[in-house]
Every structure is written in structure tokens, then in C-alpha cells.
Ligand binder design. Structure first.
Ligand SMILES: C[S@@+](CC[C@H](N)C(=O)[O-])C[C@H]1O[C@@H](n2cnc3c(N)ncnc32)[C@H](O)[C@@H]1O
Length: 510
């Protein structure tokens, strides 16, 4: 029987803008059309008027079981209550609650124990006042069973929400029965970056990584790819949701990781002959190093497949259609040359290119050149369009200035449909956007272009059409600001400066 449910979100300022994106993904995973559950535009409008994001949302769902299942995978969604009444005062709300309860006598049978919690937001309710409020509802409902605080048959909840935080302003009160709570929020604490074995300067915040894995619908049995894996923080999040993970990165040093014992590091880094440890040596030493694998072992997760590759030539590494429609999710934080170096294989016109002697080919790390943002995005979309299954999700981060309009500025691809683009403000000038796309049609034409050796002309054209987009200019803006502040670092050389690793003899790898 369809009814109203009150959802409670976790109120963390830095991720609260992503809560509707997560909610929609959770609804869709249950086969519920988000538009039938709530009016997103209205929720956003209300939010703009409020001084801070509202942690509550009333939705319409088919049953308490759907509400329970919805919460289960929540990172930003905390719990759901079946709504029995609402009002501007507890007395007004209790009248509605009494008539709702009258029709549901089974909740009040003598053997059913109960408890009433109080959830106050934007206001503080002293304990004695909480008891007075509880008494209003307890007398409005025909409870026959006993109170059981530890393990009640039913838990009810009083919600007292003051949007303005001013005690004199109107508030909203709700009453309902708790029907579900997240079982995944604990992952945020469990995979705290402070305790992560292997970390780099661009390792993604654990909460955001988990939200991204959720919006991309990583679930047990799904296959997830991060082509810009770095230290694997996103892959860890995908794996914590049960996905099989595949990662890639161009930077050999990031993938090789760090020695646990720094004194022992030089030999491990360079190998016995001083020229870099071979793959088999690394494998042998792997369990002893801080690597992506060590991160997976830390959480007892199945190890991911990790490949060193240049995403700008992703399909050169795989035979024919090996990875076509293989992945359910592509979740990534691409390099934009600001925090993380964006490099691709090749040399700049001014570089002197020398042939590689035969005896050095095996360990040779090819030269790299700057990788323009428009190309990073064109390649990302093309990889997603090709490797995702139909209906698979792409979730990625895109930093930009605030003059960014998702419909206009998010790079487009004929095979991908934009589902969401939500901003996480980083400063007064910049935001980081979480872009969520769905593969809504097969991309055979793009494939034909790729195999003809002309990498994705259609995509590049679309991306270049937005070449003036705020994200493309972000790098220059950051650079201009840095120059104005007296920092004169060449942003194109970011890649050479960014890496945290202990090796400094193979800059060409970056
Ligand atoms: C923003 S960082 C990702 C950080 C990652 N989420 C983590 O947890 O460490 C971007 C990564 O892209 C890699 N990268 C840069 N250019 C690349 C390319 N052409 N192909 C593949 N990876 C590349 C960088 O080495 C860097 O590790």
C-alpha cells in the first residue's frame, strides 16, 4: 500500500549536495522511478530558500519493505520512518497520529513492546522536555505493551525540525514508525583515510568515494573500472560495496607503491641491478609494500586487476572488443593537471627523441607530454561509452569555477545520458561537480571510428565545442591566481611536481 515516508539524511556539509543523486540511484536500483517518489525540482527550490540543506525529505513509496531496502545501502541516507503525522506543533501532529494509529491496532497489541526516540534538528530539546513531548504521543496512541529501550518490537520517532535554527521561527514536527536504517554508513568510519595503508596526495575522501560507488550502483557481482586509479581509493569504495574492481594508471611509481620499511626502500625501488625491480620481483615484494593491493588487503577485499596504461590509448592495450560492454560502473577522479598530473604518452615538438636501445626496451618507460583537459574528458567518455554495459553508470568528478551550467557545460557523448551533476563547493571561486551519466544506447558508431584509427571524432568534436567551458579554463585561472600570489610554478609541469613517491629517476613515467 503506497504511503508517505520521511527520509533522514546524514548532515555533512561537504557531501550533502550529493544526497539526491544517491537517493535517485538507490530508488532506481529498486526499480522505483525517482519522479514518482518525490519532486526533485521542488526539493531543490526549498533547499535554495533554506539557510542550510534540509536533512529530511518526504517521499511516496509502495511499502515499508521498499523504504527498508532503500535505506540499506545509504551512505548519505540514514534511515526512513513511515509517516504517521506532521504539523507545526506536537499537539497538532499528535491529532493526526492518533487517527492514523487507530486504524493499525496490531502495533499496540499487549505483546508488542515499543520505544519513542526524539530526533531534534536545528534546535536543542532538554531531556525533561523530550519526556513531556513523548507523553503527548504516548497518550494519543493506545499502547498496551511495555516500553523496551534495548530491543523493542516497534521504534517510533518524533522529529522536531527548525529550518532557521531560531527558536521563535516556525518549525516542522513529524511522527512515524522507524522502518529501515542504513547498514553501510559504518564503512565511512571503517575506511577512514587516516588509517589507510597506502595514500597519495590526491587520494579521494572516503565518504565521497563511497557516495560515488553508490551512485554508480556498485553492488555484489558488478564490475567496476577506474582508469585513473592512483592509490585506489575509489576502487576500495567500489569493492566495499561488493564490486569486482579493475584499475589503471599511467604512473608506474604510483602503482609500484612504497616500501613499508623506508630503510629497505632503495633496493626494492631499484631492484638488485639498480635499474628498477622487474614485474616478478615486484609481485614477490608486493605483500611487503604499500600498494593498491595493500589497501585491499587492509579491508579483506578480493584483490583488483591493476594495469599500467595510458587512458588516452586505452583500447590499444586490449584486443579487439575484449572489454566491450564489460563493466557495470566506471567511477573515477580524472587528472586535470591541477592536483594530479595529467600526462599521456608522446613527446612535445620541442623534445629530442632518441631511439631506445634494444637492451633497454624491457624496462623502458616511455616519454609523456601534457594531457589537455578536453582530451582527458573526451577519452573518459569514450572509454565509458564503450566499456559500460547498457544502463551502466559513469560517475566522475569535474572541478570548475562557479560559472558552470551542467546542461551547457558537462561534456556530452551520444551514447551517454546525463543523470545528475551536483556541486560540492570547495572555495568561493571553485566547486567540484559529481557528474553521473548512464549509457543509454550502444555506441557502435563510436566503435567504428575507433577501429578506423580515428579515436572518437564525434566525442572530441562535442567536447571541443565546450572548449571554453569553465572546467577547461580552471587550470589557467588557478595558475593566474597563483602568479598573482607570487607562486610562479608552471602548471603544465604539475605532473612532474605532484607525485609523492620516493623515486625521482624516471620522470618520463609521469
Ligand atoms: C586525481 S588522481 C586519482 C587519485 C585516486 N583517486 C587515488 O585514490 O589516489 C589522477 C590519477 O590519474 C593518473 N593519470 C594521469 N594521466 C593519466 C593517463 N594518461 N592515463 C592513466 N592515468 C593517468 C595520475 O597518475 C593520477 O594517479
Amino acid at each position: 500500500m503506497e504511503g508517505a515516508y520521511l527520509l533522514r539524511f546524514i548532515t555533512m556539509k561537504h557531501t550533502s549536495n550529493f544526497r539526491f543523486a544517491e537517493l535517485d540511484a538507490l530508488l532506481e536500483a529498486l526499480g522505483v522511478d525517482p519522479a514518482s517518489a518525490y519532486d526533485r525540482a521542488a526539493a531543490r527550490r526549498d533547499e535554495k530558500l533554506a539557510p542550510e540543506p534540509c536533512p529530511y525529505l518526504v517521499v511516496r513509496l509502495a511499502s515499508p519493505e521498499v523504504a527498508k531496502a532503500l535505506c540499506e545501502y545509504g551512505i548519505l541516507l540514514s534511515h526512513a520512518i513511515e509517516l504517521w503525522g506532521s504539523g507545526t506543533t506536537h499537539e497538532e501532529c499528535a491529532v493526526a497520529v492518533a487517527s492514523y494509529g487507530e486504524k493499525r491496532p496490531h502495533f499496540f497489541r499487549p505483546e508488542a513492546s515499543w520505544r519513542i526516540d526524539v530526533d531534534a534538528y536545528g534546535t536543542t530539546i532538554p531531556l525533561d522536555e523530550q519526556n513531556t513531548i513523548r507523553a503527548i504521543y504516548a497518550s494519543a496512541l493506545p499502547f498496551q505493551g511495555r516500553v523496551n529501550l534495548a530491543a523493542p518490537t516497534e521504534t517510533f520517532q518524533i522529529v522536531d525540525y527548525s529550518p532557521s535554527r531560531r527558536p521563535t521561527d516556525p518549525r516542522v514536527v513529524y511522527f512515524g514508525r522507524t522502518v529501515g536504517a542504513t547498514t553501510k554508513r559504518d564503512l565511512v568510519r571503517r575506511c577512514d583515510l587516516k588509517k589507510r595503508v597506502y595514500l597519495g596526495p590526491t587520494a579521494l575522501d572516503n565518504e565521497l568515494a563511497l557516495v560515488m560507488a553508490n551512485v554508480a550502483r556498485c553492488r555484489p557481482g558488478a564490475a567496476a573500472l577506474d582508469p585513473y586509479a592512483g592509490t585506489g581509493s575509489i576502487l576500495v569504495a567500489c569493492a566495499l560495496f561488493g564490486a569486482h574492481c579493475f584499475g589503471a594508471d599511467i604512473d608506474w611509481r604510483v602503482l609500484r607503491g612504497k616500501a613499508r620499511d623506508e630503510n629497505d626502500g632503495a633496493m626494492r625501488r631499484r631492484g638488485p641491478d639498480g635499474r628498477g625491480a622487474s614485474a616478478s620481483e615486484l609481485l614477490r615484494l608486493d605483500s611487503d609494500r604499500k600498494t593498491i593491493f595493500a589497501n585491499f588487503r587492509q579491508y579483506a577485499l578480493s584483490l583488483p586487476e591493476i594495469v599500467r596504461l595510458d587512458a588516452s590509448r586505452f583500447f590499444d592495450y586490449y584486443r579487439d572488443r575484449a572489454l566491450s560492454e564489460f563493466f557495470d560502473a566506471l567511477v573515477t577522479d580524472p587528472p586535470y593537471g591541477i592536483r594530479a598530473g595529467a600526462r599521456c604518452l608522446g613527446s612535445r615538438p620541442q623534445d629530442t627523441v632518441k631511439p631506445v636501445p634494444d637492451d633497454m626496451r624491457e624496462d623502458h618507460v616511455p616519454r609523456t607530454k601534457p594531457y589537455p583537459v578536453a582530451d582527458v574528458l573526451a577519452d573518459l567518455l569514450e572509454i565509458a561509452a564503450r566499456v559500460l554495459k547498457l544502463n551502466g553508470r559513469l560517475a566522475y568528478l569535474l572541478p570548475s569555477t562557479h560559472d558552470f551550467f551542467p546542461d551547457r557545460d558537462v561534456p556530452k557523448h551520444p551514447a551517454l545520458e546525463l543523470l545528475d551533476c551536483c556541486a560540492q563547493p570547495i572555495s568561493t571561486k571553485y566547486s567540484r561537480y559529481l557528474v553521473v551519466m548512464r549509457k543509454h544506447r550502444p555506441c557502435d558508431q563510436c566503435l567504428v571510428a575507433w577501429f578506423a584509427g580515428d579515436a572518437a571524432p564525434e566525442t572530441r568534436e562535442l567536447i571541443r565545442a565546450t572548449a571554453d567551458a569553465p572546467y577547461v579554463r580552471l587550470k589557467e585561472k588557478v595558475f593566474q591566481r597563483a602568479t598573482a600570489n607570487g607562486h610562479t610554478r608552471d602548471v603544465d609541469n604539475d605532473a612532474d611536481d605532484d607525485d609523492d613517491d620516493d623515486d625521482d629517476d624516471d620522470s618520463a613515467a609521469r
